[in-house]
Design a protein around this ligand. Sequence first.
Ligand SMILES: NC(=O)c1ccc[n+]([C@@H]2O[C@H](COP(=O)([O-])OP(=O)(O)OC[C@H]3O[C@@H](n4cnc5c(N)ncnc54)[C@H](OP(=O)(O)O)[C@@H]3O)[C@@H](O)[C@H]2O)c1
Length: 265
Amino acid sequence: MGSAASDRPIALVTGANRGLGLETSNQLHAQGFRVVLTSRKEISGIAAARKLDPDGKGVVYHQLDVTDRQSISALAGDLPSLASRVDVLVNNAGIGSWGADQRQSIRTIETNYFGSRDVTDALLPFIPGGGRVVMVSSGLGELSYLSRDLRSKFADPSLTRDSLDALVASYVSALESGEAKGSGWPSAYSVSKVALNSLTRILARELASRGIRVNSVCPGWVRTDMGGRGASRSVPVGARSIVLGVMLPDDVTGGFFRDGKKILW
Ligand SMILES: NC(=O)c1ccc[n+]([C@@H]2O[C@H](COP(=O)([O-])OP(=O)(O)OC[C@H]3O[C@@H](n4cnc5c(N)ncnc54)[C@H](OP(=O)(O)O)[C@@H]3O)[C@@H](O)[C@H]2O)c1
């Protein structure tokens, strides 16, 4: 209230036309952020943005399919006309795959891991010192879901981006040859979030010198389309866990949080 749109901190949220992304945008807007709400489907994204902010000053919209390089480039190209910077990037867009469907499993890795990685890389030039990247992960991405051998590889503190990408590629090869389960891999969803958490640790290290903090958050099990009606948490409670990840103290980076409290990788 009262502060000019240009003075407000700016948050960009992916997959924000429904579910946790929409409610996270709502809560950030209510806390004084200017929000760049993005979605892969323009119609539902524009409707969501207008619902949160009918006059379109506090919530602006841009299309973004996190698996589409052209869509990511278009967002990066248009961003200067929408926002002067991105103080907070919330990588929320995600899909689930818990079964044996090979195509859906690969899509899950492409969306949850590669999509978050590519969006972050493209938007990094707009994130100033003091900015934050929040990866919306999951308790199903805990290292405990992996076999001992895989766990030590993903948890290796000297893991690089190239070696992480090679690990993810080895999972995709195992999926394609039908050997994923026998080789100790959990569901594609768990693999995507384990890999996202490893990326969080790598980016936190890489970006520390620029003063950019990178953390993973788990919203808990939430009653969205993904979580289903039987989930234990309401959407506002789950989104609050994401917003608390945005509000972590300045010196906190490279961690995994639920409800603002540190949890095990
Ligand atoms: N719900 C839970 O219990 C739970 C628990 C732990 C973690 N999470 C994580 O929380 C995040 C949000 O989940 P949710 O429960 O809100 O799920 P949801 O209700 O199914 O919403 C998922 C959102 O992601 C978007 N999305 C999917 N693929 C996309 C793409 N390629 N590009 C851009 N947007 C895309 C969807 O857009 P469309 O409308 O176009 O499909 C939708 O807006 C996910 O990362 C999920 O893994 C959820």
